[in-house]
Design a protein around this ligand. Structure first.
Ligand code: 3EB
Length: 347
């Protein structure tokens, strides 16, 4: 059990500040041009480096998780990680390598290898439940071997879940998957010893039941993960897009897509509050990461987010490709009671 009163906090800092480190740093993700990102293991806390333009702020930014329990850091294979008795954050970055036979697309095999390595680590350290996966790789909508790369990724991810005896429907981890500007396959994950409840969205078909028109294997993620940490309920909402049922809505209209995303996030928050009535999750308490396909769409997305959530919104805006070519925006969020106030106090 985590200590009563231990708090998980998300801090948004410049890349330069993240390098100063802090004893409560659990780990995080830095976005920007690779050359200006801090090293992966700055002061022992793992930082995932993602080659992805930061919009609005105009400088590389890091989303850093802080957790006030005693922690230790380590490296196992390709994974850098840091853990307490309660939580483990890890990340890895793999170049895509093909088999000499070349029968499978390289990204599929690299994805499977990455997830197998992650599950090996989590099993060895006794963390069964994953709160969130963050997945980034270049050319997400590009085709090779007669199949779109996002779909190759889905095959490799699902194969790793299956080979580790994990379910690929129902209580699966929350996640996001975005196209970076460059680099290899880069993945971060946050795992807990406490049980995590997968949340689905009543407005959407569960992604793990998507029909085969979106690829031969359905994506393995749930719409959100709910967990109790340090006596508080915390919610981790997956990347959320303008999808109702299983269909993309509002192709070509970024403002309408943003509103639909937010209606989906609102529905997920409603589900979480139904399952944990005492949590009282509110949109205004969440920290948002917003992935915009076209940088010129940023003002419209910001306007819709402010109108829906109210001011001030804690949000990081990034330029990324989204996993269906007709999606223009994807939004993820995390938080819990007092989470946003603590972030606001930090900035
Ligand atoms: C969607 O709802 C949009 O493959 O891990 C969102 C979140 C999306 C996670 C993933 C994909 C993923 O299908 C795309």
């Amino acid at each position: 059990m985590s200590r009563e009163g231990a708090t998980l906090r998300l801090d948004i800092v410049s890349a330069a500040r993240s390098e100063q480190g802090h004893p409560s740093m659990l780990g995080g993700t830095c976005y920007g041009a690779t050359a200006v990102l801090p090293p992966t293991d700055a002061l022992g806390a793992p930082l995932l480096r993602v080659d992805m333009p930061v919009l609005e702020a105009g400088q590389a930014l890091c989303e850093v998780w802080h957790w006030n329990e005693p922690m230790t850091s380590g490296q196992q294979g390709n994974i850098h990680y840091r853990q307490s008795d309660t939580l483990l954050f890890g990340c890895l970055s793999l170049q895509e390598t093909g088999t000499p036979e070349g029968d499978h697309p390289p990204l599929q095999g690299t994805t499977e290898a990455a997830y197998r390595e992650i599950f090996d680590l989590l099993e060895a350290h006794g963390y069964h439940a994953v709160l969130r996966f963050w997945n980034y790789f270049p050319g997400i909508n590009r085709e090779s071997h007669a199949i779109e790369r996002y779909r190759q990724f889905n095959i490799g991810r699902q194969d790793a879940f299956l080979s580790h005896g994990r379910s690929v429907i129902g209580n699966v981890p929350a996640a996001c998957a975005l196209g970076s500007a460059g680099g290899g396959l880069t993945i971060a994950f946050l795992a807990a010893r406490a049980p995590v409840t997968g949340i689905e969205n009543p407005r959407q078909l569960s992604a793990y039941h998507y029909p085969s028109q979106y690829g031969p294997r359905s994506p393995t993620f749930s719409r959100a993960g709910l967990v109790r940490l340090g006596g508080r309920d915390m919610l981790f909402i997956s990347g959320t897009a303008s999808i109702v049922g299983h269909q993309t809505l509002h192709a070509g209209d970024v403002a309408a897509q943003t509103r639909e995303c937010l209606l989906n996030i609102e529905a997920v928050v409603g589900e979480a509050n139904r399952l944990a009535p005492e949590a009282g999750f509110q949109l205004g308490q969440m920290a948002y990461t917003v992935y915009v396909r076209h940088r010129d769409d940023l003002p419209a997305v910001q306007r819709e987010l402010a109108a829906f959530v109210g001011q001030p919104v804690s949000a990081v805006y990034l330029q990324a490709d989204v996993c269906r070519s007709d999606l223009l925006v994807e939004i993820e969020a995390s938080g819990g009671h007092a989470f946003h106030d603590e972030i606001a106090g930090e900035r």
